[in-house]
Design a protein around this ligand. Structure first.
Ligand code: COA
Length: 254
């Protein structure tokens, strides 16, 4: 699967989103490859930390909208939710490098990473309402917690993007660097993690996440069937068809 490049070296598994011609939008096959890689890495002693990265011009345009139109409904067994379960419960540290647009799941997956380094061109957006669907990945819980309700309403109800400076200010990312340096920084930080005692990393991550773990899992499971129902309803179908036809959606009837 060349849309997801996978490489393990010195204890670090690097997963690269590699579908730049389609802005690294994620197909069902890509979710399945990411889920497989994380599930396997969880039990692989050779992997001590994971890096998720994109290209210096684009992290991810979110779910592939053609797949939204043509694919089966999103259920908890579908590749997207298998990936969400894998990343949100992954015991080892995950470092992300984000440059350019990070749309939808391109932003929400970051909420489950431990360290996030962003290029100064990073632009985060959660346009679920604009697409006639609802938040996923536990973002309906985590985003208001992270940025407070008023700002969360701007990004989740209005779908307004926010830039790297805001993401840094609210504590969603760790550092802003020139885009050409982000992947290398993520790699260096992951190598530092990989050199530390594994049990200490695992216990520390588990303890830090413990207070939220059940709530996050429950929220992901609550969002999933709502998202699955909404994506086949008329408002979402209008949004997806409008995107594919490169026109503005008309929600006046919904
Ligand atoms: N699904 C499927 N194809 C996508 C896509 C997506 N989420 N995002 C981009 N693409 C495709 C475009 O259709 C276009 O294909 P084409 O060259 O065959 O026409 C190609 O990728 C380039 O995209 P384009 O929109 O021309 O690039 P841009 O630089 O002008 O804009 C984005 C980049 C990311 C801002 C824009 O593509 C975008 O908003 N994408 C949709 C994001 C979205 O709503 N995702 C769903 C979130 S749940």
């Amino acid at each position: 699967m060349t849309d997801i490049l996978s490489h393990t070296e010195a204890g670090v598994l690097t997963l690269t989103l590699n579908r730049v011609s389609k802005k690294n939008s994620l197909t069902f096959a890509m979710y399945a490859a990411l889920a497989d890689a994380l599930e396997q890495a969880g039990g692989d002693k050779a992997v001590r930390a994971v890096v998720i990265q994109g290209h210096e011009t684009i992290f991810s345009a979110g779910n592939d909208i053609a797949d939204f139109l043509n694919g089966p409904a999103a259920t908890m067994d579908s590749p997207v939710f298998r990936f969400l379960r894998a990343i949100s419960t992954f015991a080892k540290p995950i470092v992300a490098s984000v440059c350019g647009p990070a749309v939808g799941i391109g932003t929400t997956l970051l909420l489950h990473c431990d360290l996030v380094y962003a290029g100064d061109n990073a632009a985060f957006s959660l346009p679920f309402v604009n697409l006639g669907v609802c938040p996923e990945a536990g973002s309906s819980l985590l985003v208001p917690q992270l940025m407070g309700y008023p700002r969360a309403a701007e990004v989740l109800l209005l779908g307004e993007p926010f830039m790297a400076e805001t993401a840094l200010e609210i504590g969603m990312i760790n550092r802003i660097v020139p885009p050409a340096e982000a992947n290398a920084l993520a790699q260096r930080q992951a190598l530092k993690l990989a050199a530390k005692p594994m049990t200490s990393l695992l216990e520390t991550k588990r303890l830090m996440k413990k207070a939220q773990a059940t709530a996050v899992a429950e929220r992901i499971a609550e969002e999933a069937p709502i998202f699955g129902r909404m994506m086949v309803e008329p408002a979402a179908q209008e949004a997806f068809n409008a995107f594919m036809a490169k026109r503005k959606p008309d929600f006046s009837k919904f």
